[in-house]
Ligand binder design. Sequence first.
Ligand code: SF4
Length: 208
Amino acid sequence: MLDMQIINKTIEALNKNNFDAYFVDNKDKALALVDSFISKDDVVTYGGSMTLFETGIMNYLKNKNDIEFLDRNKEGNTPDDIQKIYREAFTSDVYFTSSNAITEDGYLYNVDGNSNRISAMMFGPKNVIVIAGYNKIVKTKQDAIERVRNYVAPKNAQRLNMNTPCVKTGKCMDCMSKDRICCNYAFFGKQRIEKRIKVIIIGEEYGY
Ligand code: SF4
């Protein structure tokens, strides 16, 4: 349930940690805000996120003609093309992603298999824009860990058709599978570069 007290507390804590955090009511307002953060000729790319598709932000980026959009999902891309885009992301102007969990005390938590996403969030792109539904907010860091173990990762493993035990059980079994999607675990705390990572929390539910 949308609780403005919790959202305001989270926004305040994120800003204290040198993120640049915003709350908007809906995806249209998120899109307007996103538009204000992108300049003509910017090189823009993204990390895997259902939220970017569900909010229409992915579509908006694909159709924006005055930027250079590095789209790893473009039809015809070879595995080499995709690897190249992963590396080009480090010199991009704007990098879009979501977060697996946002804590009320101002931390982002992301878990990756390939880890192109968390590495670009940590270093490289001039600006990182995190788009998240309010459903990603959790109270503590332990809640963030549990959210990923018992909800996010199993859902993603199902979506990606992975051969991992959590696909069947719906919770983490600490697998040793070749298909394991949880390889690197990152909490993003107080940032040295102020406002490099912008966080837009939407008052609607998106993603896992
Ligand atoms: S570690 Fe394995 S079992 Fe646990 S959530 Fe990740 S993929 Fe699923």
